[in-house]
Write a protein that binds this ligand. Structure first.
Ligand SMILES: *Cc1c(COP(=O)(O)O)cnc(C)c1O
Length: 360
């Protein structure tokens, strides 16, 4: 039976990447060593890391005045590192609140300064993105933080707020590499790897150079972007195996037409799933405003929550795994990241149609 894993993260990885990692597990390219056993300062691993960075720069079109950092601590660590590094003597930062991850970023930032919530969709149970005309931005804010894809709520937006000279900071954990972005429009982009890049344990930060080097007093060395920028992310031992797998994912994307081609597939996959939900005659329901529906995380409920258990059980039996919704919202959630093939979404939709007919 073919297994399709709809987990929100850690999530499915491309089969061809896992196969290559398997083939190279014990002896990486004739070195006689596994990548896991290599010194991070040896020429083999330095080459792997440099190639991964170069490939990511090419894929995303990252300008030369941006640093790419390979860190640890997850996106959650960035919730603290961002205010520590980017307040730069200012007292306030702007945050948009579109859901669970926004809220976490906001509460961490409050430890370091005042937070101005420019707009919130709490009034609509975080099912939409407030129109930019309603945002109350502060032109003196140190930066403006947004979450372009709320992984739990399944709320995504791709338009960019007008921030003037205020740097835009984006938590792209669950959307990075799924669609093209203009990096030059951002001050900082960050993402935990375990959704769309590679294994858990690696966090990628893309930061404009002029924003580095003005941390708040008392910032630990390890939480200062400058430490990592000045040392090519090798100040201490980086998550070497995670960087290696991420590098394989980048190469796979390059072989397959890059982010533009990926986006095309993602549009097709999400379109198919939302169509199944919307055409179910109310059996399935997605609470998210149509224009803000995520291409990566698709939450939906069944018309009768008492059927949830049977849905999960029968889906499991078909190899359609990890569909249970986040504990804070209930229902179902299908995460259909880059590595989820179209065939996986087709199998899910076929099951959903059948289940709806059997339980109508
Ligand atoms: C998963 C996720 C996080 C948390 O990531 P960790 O790596 O577990 O800290 C933060 N923000 C978003 C948008 C996420 O999807």
């Amino acid at each position: 039976m073919t297994i399709y894993n709809f987990s929100a993260g850690p999530a499915v990885l491309p089969k061809e990447v896992l196969q290559q990692a398997q083939a190279e597990l014990i002896d990486w390219q004739g070195s006689g060593m596994s990548v896991m056993e290599m010194s991070h300062r040896g020429k083999e691993f330095m080459g792997i890391a440099a190639q991964a960075e170069a490939d990511l720069r090419e894929l995303m079109g990252i300008p030369a005045n941006y640093k790419v950092l390979f860190l640890q601590g997850g996106a959650s660590m960035q919730f603290a590192m961002i205010p520590m590094n980017l307040l730069r003597g200012k007292t306030t930062a702007d945050y948009l609140n579109t859901g669970e991850w926004s809220k976490k970023a906001i509460s961490e930032a409050k430890k370091y300064g005042a937070v101005n919530v420019v707009a919130s969709s709490a009034d609509g149970n975080f099912s939409y993105v407030p129109d930019f005309s309603t945002w109350q931005c502060d032109k003196d804010a140190a930066y403006l933080h947004i979450t372009p894809n709320e992984t739990i709520g399944g709320v995504e937006f791709d338009w960019l707020p007008e921030t003037g000279s205020v740097p835009l900071v984006a938590d792209m954990s669950s959307t990075i590499l799924s669609r093209p972005v203009d990096v030059s429009k951002y001050g900082l982009i960050y993402a935990g790897a375990q959704k769309n890049i590679g294994p858990a344990g690696l966090t990628i930060v893309i930061v404009r150079e002029d924003l580095i080097g003005q941390v708040v007093a008392g910032t630990p060395t390890m939480l200062d972007y400058k430490t990592h920028a000045d040392n090519d992310s090798m100040y201490n031992t980086p998550p070497t195996y995670g960087i290696y797998i991420a590098g394989l994912v980048f190469q796979m994307l390059k072989r397959n037409g890059g982010i533009k081609a990926m986006e095309k597939t993602n549009i097709a996959k999400a379109g198919l799933l939302y169509k199944a939900i919307d055409n179910s005659g109310g059996f399935y329901h997605c609470p998210v405003a149509k224009s803000n529906r995520s291409r990566m995380n698709v939450p939906f409920t069944l018309k009768d929550a008492q059927l949830d258990g049977a849905f999960i059980k029968q889906a499991d039996a078909r190899g359609l795994l990890q569909l249970k919704g986040h504990r804070s919202v209930g229902g179902m959630r299908a995460s259909i990241y880059n590595a989820m093939p179209l065939a996986g979404v087709e199998a899910l939709v076929a099951f959903m149609d059948e289940f709806a007919r059997a339980n109508a």
